[in-house]
Design a protein around this ligand. Structure first.
Ligand code: 4NP
Length: 153
């Protein structure tokens, strides 16, 4: 049943570079009948836009199509919808936590790279102002983290 699916939200700043990749990668590793994976940005600059072409390209190179995605902004209501909320960096994490109004909501939120290195609070670097190599690096980090999430979730 659709409503019984486990719901996972990937969050970055603009929802056009990192979290769309995280969404596409994790979706590919999980059964869509059991898991609903979405993404959002803490900022609203890019609402309604396609992912950045550099994210589209690195996903495509790895066999994943993310062109069905459109950017959305994180809102406090997402705490009610989602079971797990993964932040890409410390700033995203702080901005999400600032909107929580209970310990239960805060407990849903974690830094995605803590899946690889627990408690490290390592960040997925923002690739927006760099070149395509930054996107390859983001892809590798997220693929590793999402493989771990897919085995334990
Ligand atoms: P994202 O990257 O948070 O990974 O989607 C960014 C996208 C846009 C901007 C910054 C980061 N921006 O400043 O517009």
């Amino acid at each position: 049943m659709t409503n019984d699916r486990i719901k996972i939200l990937m969050v970055c700043l603009g929802n056009i570079c990192r979290s769309p990749l995280a969404q596409g990668i994790l979706q590919q590793k999980l059964n869509p009948k059991k898991y609903d994976v979405q993404s959002a940005g803490t900022a609203g600059y890019h609402i309604g836009k396609l992912p950045d072409v550099r994210s589209i390209n690195v996903a495509r190179k790895n066999g994943i199509d993310i062109t069905n995605q459109r950017a959305a902004q994180f809102s406090a209501d997402d705490f009610d919808t989602y079971d797990y909320i993964f932040a890409m960096d410390a700033e995203n994490y702080a901005n999400i936590i600032a909107l929580a109004n209970s310990e239960e909501q805060k407990e849903k939120v974690s830094m995605i790279l803590n899946e690889i290195s627990p408690n490290s609070n390592a960040e997925v670097p923002d690739p927006y102002y760099g070149g395509p190599k930054g996107f390859d690096n983001v892809y590798t980090l997220l693929d590793t983290a999402c493989s771990i999430i897919a085995t334990r979730i």
